[in-house]
Design a protein around this ligand. Sequence first.
Ligand SMILES: NC(=O)N[C@@H](CC(=O)O)C(=O)O
Ligand SMILES: [Zn+2]
Ligand SMILES: [Zn+2]
Length: 432
Amino acid sequence: MTEWLIKGASPLGDDPVDVLIRDGAIIEMGVVDAPGATVVDAEGLILLPGLVDLHTHLREPGREDAETVLSGSQAAALGGFTAVCAMANTDPVADTAGVVEQVWSLGRDAGYVDVQPIGAVTVGLAGEQLAELGAMASSAAKVRVFSDDGHCVSDPRLMRRALEYVKAFDGVIAQHAEEPQLTVGAQMHEGVVSAKLGLAGWPAVAEEAIIARDALLAGHVGSRLHVCHVSTAGSVEILRWAKRNGWRVTAEVCPHHLLLTDELATSYDPVYKVNPPLRTAEDVAALRQGLAEGVIDIVATDHAPHSLEDKECEWSAARPGMMGLQTALSIVIKTMVESGAIDWDGVAQRMSRTPARIAGLADHGHDPAVGGQANLTLVDPNAEWTVVGAELAGPSRNTPYAGMTLPGAVRATFLRGRPTVLDGKLTEGVSA
Ligand SMILES: NC(=O)N[C@@H](CC(=O)O)C(=O)O
Ligand SMILES: [Zn+2]
Ligand SMILES: [Zn+2]
C-alpha cells in the first residue's frame, strides 16, 4: 500500500512537522525520512483534522437533478470534509432502515467522505407519527441523529416522545426550530427590510419560541437536543440560559448566517432565500460572539443545492436554501479567524471535533497523532479564490458567494490515509 509523507505542515497552526501515513493511519510525526513514500509538499499549510458537517442535504434519492450522494461527497471533499451527515428530507424520506442503509452504502461506494445518514423523526416528515427510530439506529447505517429538517417537529408531545425514545441509544434530536403558525407564507426575515419590500416576514420569535420550548423539554427528560441553523441574537441568549442550566443542548450556526444579512433580499435574487432567513447585522454580530464563546458549539453548512428551475425564478416561487460545502471553511476564516475571534484550534473544535462527537462518529474529529486514523485536511491560509457557481461540484449553482474573493483554500483531504483531494483537485476517490 502507498505511503504518503506530508512534508512541513503546521498542525492546528503549530510548528511544522512531517507526517507519515501508511495503511490508513499516521505512523510517524516529526522530522521524517521515508524514501518509498509519495511526498506532499505542505510548507506553509495548516493541518487540520478532517472537517465534519452535521447538516448536509445530498438530495438522493429523489432529486438527483440537484445533487447526488456522489456529487455532494465530492463537494464535501473539496471543502476539506471527511464526513457529512445527510439530512432525511429526500424523496422517499429517510424514515426507514431501508432508506438510510441505501444512502449509507451510496456514500461508501462514492468513496469521498463518510456519509452518515440522519433519520427522520416522524413518518414522511409529516409531524404526526414517530418514524421507526429504533430500526434505523440498529440498521447498518447506525443512525444516531434524527431530524425532520425542512420541517419543525412542532407538536410538543411528539417532540417529548422522540427525545425520550433516542435516550436508549444515546441519540440526539436535531430540531429545525420554526413555529409553523408564526411563519405562514413567510418569505424573508420580518423587519425593516421586509416591510419596505412588502414581503411576508419570518419573525425571530418563531425560532426562539421553539428553542426555548425544546430546551425545557430536553432538560425535563434528560435527553440530547441539537438546534439546527441558529440565526438570531435572541436564540443565542436562550442557548446561553439552557447551557447555564446544565441541559444537554448543542447548537450550530451556518456560514451564511455569520456573513450575510436581510439587506441582500432587496435584489430580489432568490439565491439569498434560505430557511431560516438571513437576519440583521445585529444578529450576525451576536452569532459570531456566541460561536466564539462556545454558546453555539459548531459550524454546520446546511448545504442545500437546488436545481436551476427551483432557484432561477421569482423570489416567492423559489425554494429556500444555499450551497455551502465548498465555501464553509473560507467563510469561517473570513468571519472568525481573520478577526482573531478564534484560532486554528478553534476551527478544529467547531468544524471537526465537536460535530464528530455530537454525531457519534468515532473515526472522525481527532487531532493528527501517531496511531490515529489519517482523516486530515491541508489548508493554505494565505491563498485566495473567487467563487464561480458553475465551477462548484455538482449540478446546482445556488451559491450566494458568486464573485466574492474568499480567503483560505483546501489543498488536500485524506480519508483513512488516502487522498480524496490533492493539489486542490479531486482524486479518483478511495472506494474499492
Ligand atoms: N435551509 C433551507 O433553506 N432549505 C433546506 C431545508 C432546511 O434546512 O430547513 C433544504 O432542504 O433545501
Ligand atoms: Zn432546516
Ligand atoms: Zn437543512
